[in-house]
Design a protein around this ligand. Structure first.
Ligand code: 5GP
Ligand code: ZN
Length: 110
């Protein structure tokens, strides 16, 4: 999607250092963090939101949570507080499905 900020970042039209990248997703820090650790896990495929997922996205969702687990381990979050969040409806500001990983001390509501 040409006018989607996350698609433009994924296509490297907007420079961004990725923490992790696979064929199916990218991870980078949120520009406006709500916790000590605030990463965005973003499928490369432009899926607007939860309501647009289909059965064929099952493996993608599995990869998202496996990636979360790797990030949790890499950032020593297993013994600390962490949460995975997906915003929807009016709480979602970027209409490209993404998962927030928040860890450590919480600063504000996402
Ligand atoms: P939403 O409210 O849609 O769940 O969250 C969108 C998130 O994307 C927000 O936390 C916001 O700070 C983050 N964000 C929006 N634009 C950019 C950007 O250009 N770069 C980065 N790193 N984060 C962004
Ligand atoms: Zn997009």
């Amino acid at each position: 999607m040409d006018d989607c900020i996350f698609c433009r970042i994924i296509k490297k039209e907007i420079p961004k250092e990725f923490i992790y990248e696979s064929d199916n997703l990218v991870v980078f820090p949120d520009i406006n963090p709500s916790a000590d650790i605030h990463f965005l896990i973003i499928p490369k495929k432009h899926i607007k939101g939860i309501g647009d997922l289909t059965d064929s996205d099952g493996l993608l969702l599995s990869e998202v949570y496996k990636t979360v687990d790797k990030l949790v381990t890499d950032n020593n979050l297993n013994d600390k507080l962490y949460r995975v969040m997906v915003n929807g409806g009016k709480a979602q500001h970027v209409p490209h499905l993404h998962f927030h990983l928040l860890g450590g001390n919480w600063k504000k509501f996402v």
